[in-house]
Design a protein around this ligand. Structure first.
Ligand code: KG4
Ligand code: ZN
Length: 358
C-alpha cells in the first residue's frame, strides 16, 4: 500500500509517500519533501503564526508536487498531470493536530480536497504519536543503541519536541497510555527561550548543542525540575527563569560563559529526561525505549540515554529516529497512518489545534 501524507502543523510544509505491506515492520520512504520557513522565524526570534500560515499556503502545492515527482512520476516531472497518477496512491494521511490552527487548516483542507477529487480514503494522524512512529521508518544505518534491532511491544515512548514533552506506555499500536507530560514549557520550548536570553539564534536547541560542546556542564548548578517527583510529569519553565536570573547578575556575557551556560542547561534537561524515562521503564518492567521529536536530534541526549540505560537497565534497547526524521516531516505521518489505520469520511476530518492523547 502507498500512502501520501501531508504535514503542516507548524512552520514546516511537508509531503511524503511511503510504501508498506501488511505484516511489514518497517516502512520504505519513496519520497519525503520538507520546506521550512525557519529562516523567516529566525529573523523574529520565534514563530509568528500568521507568517507560518502564509508560508504554508505558498508551499503546500509545490511540496506535494515535488513529493510525487521524487516518487518517480515521469509524467509529473514533465508537467503532464493528467492520467492515472492517483492510482499509485492508496490513501491520504493528514496531521490534524496539535499545532497552529492557521497552519493545520491549510494541510487539512488540501488533504480533504485530494481525497475527494481522487476518491481515496483519508486517515487523520496525531502529530505527537508520529514523532514516536518516526522510529518505524526503514533505517538504513544500524541502530547502535539497540540490543534487539526490532522495536517490540510493550515499550516506553518519550516525545521531546518544541511544543511537547510526553511519556507514554505502548502496549500495542492501538493500545497506549499517557503517563505524564510537561506542566508548563516543553524541553524544546525551554531551549528556544533560553537561547533567546543568551542572544543565540532560533531555533535554540541546535545552537545550544553546538555551544555546549565547548562548555563545562558543571559550571552552573541549574535546577532539575520534578526530577524526583513520583509522577511522570515535567516542568521546564523554572529552569528558564533560573538562567534569566543568572544572566541578569552578569555584567557581560563572554563566549566562554555562554558555552558554560549552554552545557549546564543541556545537562539539566537531559538529566530529567533520562531519569524519568528510566524510572518509567523500571516501574513497568519494559525493555524497549523509543524516543522522538526535534530535541532527540541532540547527540549529547542520545549518548546520555545510552550510557545511563547501560548502567541502570542493561537489558534495555533504545531507539532514536534517523536524524532527518526527528524534526517535523511527513514520512512519520504516513508511517503512523499505516500502523494506526483508521479511515474517516473526508467531511468529518477537522483540524484540532488542541489535540492530545485519547
Ligand atoms: O519536533 P519538532 O521539529 O517540532 C515540534 O513538533 O515542536 O521540534 C522542534 C524543537 C525546537 O525546540 C528545537 O530547538 C529542538 O526541537 N531541536 C533541538 C535540536 N534540534 C532541534 N534541541 C536540541 N538539540 C538539537 N540538536
Ligand atoms: Zn513536531
Amino acid at each position: 500500500m502507498r500512502i501520501l501524507a501531508i504535514e503542516t502543523s507548524c512552520d514546516e510544509t511537508a509531503a511524503a509517500i511511503i510504501e508498506a505491506k501488511p505484516g511489514h515492520k518497517k516502512i520504505k520512504v519513496l519520497s519525503s519533501v520538507v520546506s521550512s520557513s525557519l529562516k523567516l522565524h529566525a529573523k523574529t526570534g520565534g514563530i509568528i503564526p500568521e507568517v507560518a500560515a502564509r508560508q504554508q499556503i505558498k508551499y503546500i502545492i509545490p511540496v506535494i508536487e515535488q513529493a510525487i515527482i521524487e516518487m518517480g512520476s515521469k509524467k509529473w516531472e514533465s508537467g503532464n498531470r493528467s492520467g492515472k497518477l492517483e492510482d499509485n496512491i492508496d490513501a491520504i494521511a493528514i496531521t490534524i493536530g496539535p499545532g497552529l490552527i492557521g497552519s493545520l487548516l491549510i494541510g487539512v483542507e488540501t488533504a480533504k480536497t485530494l481525497a475527494f477529487a481522487w476518491n481515496k480514503p483519508i486517515i487523520p494522524v496525531n502529530h505527537l504519536l508520529a514523532h514516536v512512529y518516526a522510529n518505524f521508518i526503514e533505517n538504513l544505518t544500524p541502530n547502535p543503541y539497540a540490543l534487539n534491532p526490532k522495536i517490540t511491544f510493550p515499550f516506553i515512548g518519550l516525545i521531546v519536541s518544541g511544543g511537547h514533552t510526553d511519556l507514554l506506555l505502548f502496549k500495542s499500536h492501538k493500545n497506549y497510555k499517557w503517563l505524564g507530560g510537561t506542566r508548563d514549557d516543553a524541553a524544546g520550548e525551554a531551549l528556544d527561550k533560553i537561547a533567546r536570553i543568551l542572544g543565540l539564534s532560533y531555533p535554540g536547541g541546535p545552537e545550544i548543542e553546538k555551544r555546549a560542546l565547548k562548555g563545562n556542564a558543571k559550571a552552573f548548578n541549574f535546577p532539575r525540575p520534578m526530577i524526583d517527583s513520583e509522577d511522570f510529569d515535567f516542568s521546564f519553565s523554572g529552569l528558564k527563569t533560573a538562567v534569566l536570573r543568572e544572566v541578569q547578575t552578569m555584567k557581560q556575557l563572554s563566549n566562554e560563559t555562554i558555552s558554560d551556560l549552554c552545557a549546564s542547561v543541556q545537562q539539566a534537561i537531559v538529566d530529567v529526561l533520562v531519569k524519568k524515562t528510566i524510572r518509567a521503564a523500571k516501574l513497568f518492567n519494559i525493555s524497549t525505549i523509543v524516543l522522538g521529536g526535534g530535541v532527540t536530534a541532540n547527540e549529547y541526549l542520545r549518548s546520555q540515554f545510552l550510557l545511563n540505560a547501560r548502567r541502570y537497565l542493561p537489558d534495555v534497547s533504545i531507539f532514536f529516529p534517523d536524524k532527518k526524521y526527528t524534526t517535523d516531516n511527513a514520512a512519520m505521518i504516513a508511517t503512523t497512518a499505516f500502523f494506526q489505520y483508521k479511515e474517516i469520511p473526508w467531511s468529518k476530518i477537522t483540524a484540532n489545534p488542541e489535540l492530545y492523547f485519547d
